[in-house]
Design a protein around this ligand. Structure first.
Ligand SMILES: Cc1cc2nc3c(=O)[nH]c(=O)nc-3n(C[C@H](O)[C@H](O)[C@H](O)COP(=O)(O)OP(=O)(O)OC[C@H]3O[C@@H](n4cnc5c(N)ncnc54)[C@H](O)[C@@H]3O)c2cc1C
Length: 467
């Protein structure tokens, strides 16, 4: 696609609209804005514009559309698939200054926010007022706009679902600058196609999330975590469906292996409560009363012990909970710190196939001579499999990574899984999405993109599979 080259007139227009301080041109743009947390995808925008209102976004888009300038939206840049990298240059539309919490509606239990509000600030704000925003992705400095656009998951998905389940309404700006309201403060809706749900998870390729109304729950009154060591991974993961089938669904069910725990201990310079077993389940239960939570964890503990668990460590104090969960939260960074470069496969498979998939990843490790580490959300089948470069030269790394990924994504397809459970497609996983979709579904996706964005100016080169 031919886009207009960004020139002095375009810069003057944006400076006139937003002011000099919020518009940064080419060489003055810091390297941080040329990539996200994925290694490997890097591109410099022609201009970075920090927007502060729906109206400003609308005016920038109307201008970009008229001129044919590509626009890539960026929140905090914590994405793991290169989604916020401006592959075609043009405008990087930065929402990080739109940080106002606009309304807490206690009767309808909703919170309306601007897209740049950080996840951690949403959680803190509502919890201080007795409410609960359940989605709990690991990276708390991500923006809500980014979370919505990637349909971010997180630890509590097994009981509470993912970001999409908590988006009641969106104010969006379409690629031509039109402002549209999708959804509402309503608990159900059967009124035609759900465009709100289509925009959620569309990674900034269909529309810009300019405001969001989120659904809240009452804050659970009690919470407990169990750390359960098992002799091996198959025993640990094989117990998960039995725990979930029990009367109380756990809030979180994570699996972890010893070598990842050791990496986290080293990274954090802090001991994990136990690291003697090969594999662990980390379970959390929450509820409206201590009694409800006690009944739930007691049943889960018995199920684990009956299925080969070596012990059950109970973590009921905030300090102990913090030490376990902060180690869990550090896994990604710990693995990253243990190597020179890495790439991630974030597949989701049916819960019953988690153990098979992880064991398969060990075969892939041997087959292609690359180190692979994994951990993940055993409760919802979403795995994080990291292929590590270590000391491999550029050519060997690219070759082996690609061969390992081919095998991993093929296995996920064979098991009835999907390419991404929560990190999205961006640029990095686009070829694998193409392989996973039938030609008809690929054509439907291209058709949807063309309806929203006929000039293909919004985040070009992402998500939508090529023909
Ligand atoms: C240590 C670590 C742990 C992580 N853990 C998790 C996890 O548990 N679960 C999970 O799901 N993800 C996780 N992530 C990935 C990442 O945090 C999420 O993808 C997050 O939703 C990205 O938000 P962001 O504000 O950083 O968005 P960015 O990276 O800036 O952008 C992500 C995508 O959303 C688009 N976008 C951003 N804002 C808007 C907007 N307002 N309108 C339209 N499009 C927009 C961008 O164009 C891009 O395609 C983790 C990342 C790291 C580094």
């Amino acid at each position: 696609m031919n886009y207009k080259s960004f020139d002095g007139d375009d810069l003057a227009f944006l400076k006139n609209l937003c002011g000099d301080e919020r518009v940064t041109a080419r060489e003055a743009i810091g390297e941080d804005y040329c990539h996200d947390e994925l290694g490997g995808a890097f591109a410099r925008p022609d201009v970075r514009v920090q927007v502060v209102s729906v109206e400003e976004i609308s005016k920038v888009m109307a201008y970009a559309s008229e001129k044919g300038i590509p626009v890539t939206v960026r929140g905090s840049g914590t994405g793991l698939v290169g989604g916020a990298v401006p592959l075609e240059g043009g405008i990087l539309l930065d929402t990080s200054a739109m940080t106002r919490i606009l309304e807490l509606d206690e009767e309808n239990m909703t919170l309306t926010v601007e897209p740049g509000v950080l996840l951690m600030d949403v959680a803190k704000y509502v919890e201080e007022r007795g409410f609960f925003y359940p989605p709990d992705p690991g990276e708390k400095t991500a923006t809500i706009g980014g979370n919505i656009s990637t349909n971010a998951g997180g630890m509590r998905a097994v009981k509470y679902g993912v970001t999409r389940d908590y988006v009641r309404a969106l104010t969006v700006v379409l690629p031509d600058g039109t402002v549209a309201e999708l959804g509402g403060k309503i608990a159900k809706n059967s009124s035609g196609y759900s465009l709100k749900d289509l925009v959620v998870g569309s990674e900034g390729t269909l529309a810009i999330v300019a405001q969001a109304t989120l659904r809240l729950l009452p804050l659970p009154k009690a919470k407990i975590s169990l750390l359960v060591p098992f002799p091996d991974l198959a025993a640990a993961v094989g117990t998960v469906p039995k725990v979930i089938r029990a009367a109380s669904v756990p809030t979180a069910v994570e699996f972890m292996e010893r070598d990842v725990i050791l990496a986290a201990e080293k990274f954090q310079a802090r001991r994990f409560p136990d690291s003697s077993a090969d594999a662990y389940l980390l379970l959390t239960f929450d509820g409206a009363s201590q009694r409800e939570v006690d009944l739930a964890w007691d049943e889960a503990a018995k199920t684990c012990l009956a299925n080969g668990a070596l012990d059950v460590f109970i973590s009921a104090t905030p300090e102990r909970n913090e030490s376990i969960w902060s180690a869990r939260g550090a896994f990604l960074e710990a693995i990253k710190a243990s190597t020179t470069e890495m790439d991630e496969c974030d597949v989701v498979v049916p819960r019953s196939h988690v153990a098979e998939f992880v064991l398969f990843s060990r075969e892939v490790q041997k087959r292609h001579g690359v180190r692979i580490r994994s951990f993940g959300h055993a409760g919802d089948g979403n795995l994080h499999i990291y292929v590590l470069r270590d000391e491999l030269g550029e050519e060997a790394w690219r070759k082996r990574l690609s061969a390992a990924f081919e095998d991993l994504y093929a296995k996920a397809r064979e098991l009835g899984g999907q390419v991404s459970g929560e990190h999205g497609i961006g640029v990095a996983k686009r070829p694998y999405l193409r392989e996973a979709l039938s030609p008809e579904i690929g054509a439907l996706m291209r058709g949807i993109k063309a309806v929203f964005d006929p000039k293909n100016i919004l985040n070009p080169g992402k998500v939508v599979p090529c023909e």
